[in-house]
Design a protein around this ligand. Structure first.
Ligand SMILES: C[S@@+](CC[C@H](N)C(=O)[O-])C[C@H]1O[C@@H](n2cnc3c(N)ncnc32)[C@H](O)[C@@H]1O
Length: 289
């Protein structure tokens, strides 16, 4: 039996099988140099399950169709959940000052806006978007039906999001005016105001699951930042084509500043806005779905 402090070594063959299992389920691509992440993050799980090696864990994971819970446990441990409020503020300024005003004009009749923060980790991204809408709309907010959904594969991350309680690290890039307005300090914690919390819903969603995405309908804005970097080209293509299906014709897709999709799709065209990292559908793609 292993102890919680013992790192269980993973052979090259075990790594090949584990990384294939992870890829098949989530699209997350673990290259060989990242083997140590799986070893260090899953060793404690092996210990909890009183398993001696990764062969036993692989057998357990692949035992049958009822292993959903163990996959969930695994994704809670192996995903990289790095995020923060107001992450990449230059890009958020593009959303707030250019994309959002146009969208508010375009939806002036229906007064309905739907925003999806896909792979939102612990919720800082969708809550940031809620704050931007809150401050832009001000007293007009109650006239609008604003729907913001945060989704992630990690239930553990979503639990933090649902608690609305954050530490100093999460608010490190948050302007102090915003901190004063939307958070209450409670000892070392920053507790999000109810106004903002109630604007966002959270749900577990695997970006591989097109059917679940379809059930959520059409979005006006999709933020999917800093997760495509963990996928290979085949998975990226699948996710981008799913976004193309789920985004309104005049909708906007935001991706991370270090991510590129230009060579992977003709469904989206990058907007010529410095620091925007945002995309819309070219005319030939509109309303073809
Ligand atoms: C680095 S965080 C990015 C958080 C946020 N979007 C941001 O940019 O600050 C990446 C998130 O992607 C999630 N993730 C990884 N693979 C996923 C998948 N197949 N489906 C949904 N979420 C996934 C991870 O759980 C993690 O929380």
């Amino acid at each position: 039996m292993t102890t919680s402090t013992t790192k269980v070594a993973m052979s090259t063959e075990q790594f090949a099988r584990m990384s294939q299992i992870i890829y098949d389920r989530s699209g997350i691509h673990f290259p060989e140099p990242k083997k140590y992440i799986l070893e260090s993050r899953l060793s404690h799980r092996l210990s909890e399950l009183e398993m001696d090696d990764f062969d036993q864990y692989i057998a357990y994971l692949t035992m049958g169709p009822y292993q959903m819970d163990e996959f969930q446990e695994m994704f809670n441990r192996i995903t990289i959940n790095e995020t923060s409020f107001f992450r990449n503020d230059a890009q958020l300024a593009v959303f707030e000052r250019q994309i959002l005003p146009e969208l508010l004009d375009a939806r002036a009749k229906t007064k309905r806006i739907r925003i999806w923060s896909a792979a939102c980790s612990t919720g800082e991204e969708p809550f940031t978007l809620a704050m931007l809408l809150h401050r832009t709309l001000g007293v007009r907010l109650s006239d609008w039906h604003i729907e913001i959904l945060g989704t992630d594969i990690s239930e553990k991350a979503l639990k933090v999001a649902q608690s609305g309680v954050y530490n100093n690290y999460a608010v490190r890039s948050t302007p102090s005016l915003i901190k004063d307005r939307y958070f209450k300090e409670d000892g070392r914690n920053f507790v999000l105001s109810d106004d903002i919390r109630q604007m966002v819903n959270f749900e577990r969603h695997n970006l591989k699951d097109r059917m679940a995405a379809k059930r959520h309908g059409i979005w006006d804005v999709i933020f999917c930042r800093n997760v495509l970097i963990y996928f290979d080209d085949a998975m990226k293509k699948g996710v981008i084509s799913m976004f193309s299906n789920q985004l309104a014709d005049d909708g906007t897709l935001f991706i991370g500043h270090s991510e590129r999709i230009k060579d992977l799709t003709t469904d989206f065209q990058q907007l010529n806005i410095p620091q925007g990292f945002c995309y819309q559908k070219p005319a030939h793609v509109m309303s073809t779905q």
